[in-house]
Design a protein around this ligand. Structure first.
Ligand code: AMP
Length: 198
């Protein structure tokens, strides 16, 4: 992987371990010569992540809609800041420039970005690994809910299992390195079969 897109909070969260994880990941990406692609902001965990990456000599690309940049929260020390027209273009650009995705703790924006890439991965529009950095169990409830979606027949087990989870940045990147995408053929056939039965 030459570049990884990181989704994370525009807030810092209450637990200091979230900031610690963002700092560790920023540094690790720089040390591994993996370009950081992210939302381009200097606030919250995004700011912590980018500052750490910059301090460690990393290459970083921020992608931000012009309307958000006008709020003066764009990071001014990035290798590159790409301004786009809207949130949709931003997500497309983030995906285009990245070989994988990592979600750190965050709110609606982070969950939106994470679930969008999961959906695209399910359809094999992207064949890129998706990692969840489960710092101090932040994503435990979300992952448990995803288990429920499998139990209730809305998410397929293989797609749930495709999500790479670790509480530790180095281990997460290592697991992402060995990622193998799920074949789409069987899944589509299963859905058609369900339709025939119902
Ligand atoms: P949230 O988790 O709701 O704080 O949203 C953070 C995620 O959504 C980040 O990964 C960003 O890509 C995007 N985002 C939301 N708010 C901002 C912001 N103020 N500046 C830059 N990106 C943002």
């Amino acid at each position: 992987m030459k570049s990884i897109c990181v989704f994370c909070g525009s807030s810092s969260g209450k637990n200091p371990l979230y900031g610690k994880a963002a700092r560790e990941l920023g540094k690790l990406l720089a040390e591994k010569y993996i370009t950081l692609v992210y939302g381009g902001s200097n606030v919250g965990l995004m700011g912590v992540l980018a500052d750490s990456n910059i301090q460690s000599g990393g290459i970083n690309i921020g992608i931000m809609p012009k309307s958000i940049a006008e709020l003066e929260i764009a990071h001014t020390n990035l290798t590159e800041l790409i301004l786009v027209d809207n949130m949709f273009d931003r997500k497309q650009k983030m995906a285009e420039l990245s070989d994988g995705f990592i979600a750190l703790p965050g709110g609606f924006g982070t969950l939106d970005e994470l679930t969008e890439v999961l959906t695209y991965s399910q359809l094999r529009i992207y064949d890129k690994p998706i990692g969840v950095l489960n710092t101090d169990g932040y994503f435990d409830h979300f992952l448990k809910f995803l288990d429920h979606t499998v139990e209730e027949g809305f998410v397929r087990m293989e797609h749930r299992q495709n999500i790479i989870v670790s509480a530790e940045p180095e281990n997460l990147i290592k697991k992402m390195h060995y990622y193998q995408p799920v074949h789409i053929g069987k899944w589509i056939e299963d859905i058609k079969e369900e339709k025939r039965i119902n």
